[in-house]
Design a binder for this molecule. Structure first.
Ligand code: SF4
Length: 68
């Protein structure tokens, strides 16, 4: 799965960046996925970060859907 952050929803709590700093960063008031870490979504920490994001802004996308 791929992971991304929907900026239109993120309200900048920075929880993702604190929880999984290897994958998420906090830039310009928003959570962002670090370049090159978009394919990290199979990591249980990412799933937890997505579940705990207070605005549900962390989006997990099936790779299969992109290939179609
Ligand atoms: S945890 Fe969610 S709301 Fe908070 S910075 Fe990350 S994406 Fe944005």
């Amino acid at each position: 799965m791929k992971v991304s952050v929907d900026r239109s929803v993120c309200y900048g709590s920075a929880e993702c960046a604190h929880r999984v700093p290897d994958v998420f960063a906090f830039e310009d008031g928003y959570g962002v996925v670090r370049p090159g870490r978009e394919e990290s979504a199979d990591d249980p920490q990412i799933l937890e970060a997505a579940e705990r994001c207070p605005s549900q802004a962390i989006v997990l996308t099936e790779r299969r859907a992109e290939a179609e």
